[in-house]
Design a protein around this ligand. Sequence first.
Ligand SMILES: *[C@@H]1O[C@H](CO)[C@@H](O)[C@H](O)[C@H]1NC(C)=O
Ligand SMILES: *[C@@H]1O[C@H](CO)[C@@H](O)[C@H](O)[C@H]1NC(C)=O
Ligand SMILES: *[C@@H]1O[C@H](CO)[C@@H](O)[C@H](O)[C@H]1NC(C)=O
Ligand SMILES: *[C@@H]1O[C@H](CO)[C@@H](O)[C@H](O)[C@H]1NC(C)=O
Ligand SMILES: *[C@@H]1O[C@H](CO)[C@@H](O)[C@H](O)[C@H]1NC(C)=O
Length: 470
Amino acid sequence: MAPTRSSVLVSLGVLIAGVTKAASDVVQIEQTPNGFLSSPRGWNSYGIQTNPATNPEFQFDQAGVISQCDVLATTTALKDAGYVYCSLDSGWSVGDRGDDFGRIIYNDTIFDIPGLADHLHSQGLLLGVYVVPGAFHADEGKTILGTNVTIGSVCSGDNGLSRCNLDYSQPAVQQWFNSVVDQFATWGVDLIKLDYVTPGSPVNGATLPQDSSGEVIAYHKAIAQSNRQIRLDISWKLDRSQTYFEIWNANADSMRTDQDINNSGGTTFVAWEVLQRAIENYRQYIATVTQYGTTLTIYPDMDNLYVGNEAAITGVTDAQRQTIMTHWLGAGANLLLGSDLTKLDQFGLNLLTNPRALEVAEFTSRYPMLPRNPGTGENGPQQLQAWIAGPDAAGSAVVIIANYGPNQGQGSWETSKSGIQTVNVSLTDLGIAGTYGVVDVWANANFTVDDLGFSVELDEGQSVLYQLNP
Ligand SMILES: *[C@@H]1O[C@H](CO)[C@@H](O)[C@H](O)[C@H]1NC(C)=O
Ligand SMILES: *[C@@H]1O[C@H](CO)[C@@H](O)[C@H](O)[C@H]1NC(C)=O
Ligand SMILES: *[C@@H]1O[C@H](CO)[C@@H](O)[C@H](O)[C@H]1NC(C)=O
Ligand SMILES: *[C@@H]1O[C@H](CO)[C@@H](O)[C@H](O)[C@H]1NC(C)=O
Ligand SMILES: *[C@@H]1O[C@H](CO)[C@@H](O)[C@H](O)[C@H]1NC(C)=O
């Protein structure tokens, strides 16, 4: 991984700050490589795994996961809203070797993956698993299923994760991916989270090769030849240069735009400072990849959604939880909760299942939001920010206006305005004109807006989510 990466991003941010988007620039996301028209909704285990103090009783095993994911099935509002993925993070598989053919296997002292898949599927839920690049060192003497090729003859080096680096140009290597995914398909896997992909992923203690983009291509091909529809979610903070973005866009269904946002070893899940960074990373991501003229066929993954639990467990205020939900919705991002599903509160349930919010999600799965700075319409980093998704052919749009508060250190804006701020946003700033009926989603109130635009009072961390109809 190039050590200059963060400085490249910073200078890119500055460059983008000067670009004004034309009013006619509407960004759309088309069907993804593995055939999806929206991002996944559900739950991922990592939030609780890395912050066990949020739920000391939770064990990362079959019963523990079922105790969480059954909530998706038994809470009708969640299931009806499409929160159906139960996604296992790191730790479900045997960490140092595969089966007789070097295929990834589950740790059968803690999981029965086909049994878990059956349990989930019988309730209308879906199963996700987590993988990292490479084949196991311990398997180098084994033969890839359906070939006479040993893993050690097509896999070398050490990526620091008990694995060697596969030579993606070898046909037998594709056979290995096919054999892994075919076995996942027979178990009933519906989503694969592929972590540690480079360029992009921080080394994080591993010795990752510079470029494992071939892994993403190989998983995509393996999914395509399996007889199962499986999502591919790639991670983390993937390189946004055009060359690599086009690989992610052509092979994966969603891609991480930031590093992990969870607290680590905390008594709460997240901190506002890191949420500021996550939202800023989405701004950089969407402002960058929309310059390429490439049709978007991938959804952003802003990391797990930490909005389900009360402020004392989540780590941010209710207003900030609402702002998180608003931005994950606006971006069309994965809605995979990292919260403790056994302790959802009413406020969190409403954020997740509010019918108007779900309409917004449907809209932004086609039209992701773009930044439009209040007062200029440019797309740089701002403490007081506006965003627009659409308008679609009918002229409807979604508008978000936010006060992120003073930059706590990981945002890119330079202001530190404390307390309530008036944020004025004209329709010209947003690149639209006319008169619109506005639905204030969270306040459940309606009003009309004309060329004078919006003037909203927002405290630190607050935002509004509006649906606009001409
Ligand atoms: C399976 O999981 C248990 C419990 O976490 C762990 O002690 C054991 O080492 C794991 N086994 C393998 C083969 O990874
Ligand atoms: C593997 O080698 C054996 C013996 O040489 C041969 O009969 C078989 O067809 C080979 N299989 C593949 C898949 O190449
Ligand atoms: C989230 O957890 C991982 C693993 O514990 C850690 O490496 C990462 O730094 C955490 N994220 C934050 C923002 O603390
Ligand atoms: C914002 O708009 C309000 C109402 O139109 C106006 O009174 C106020 O002066 C504006 N504030 C700024 C900072 O432009
Ligand atoms: C707001 O307008 C929508 C139609 O755009 C309507 O369905 C809804 O009932 C209205 N809500 C209120 C609170 O008036």
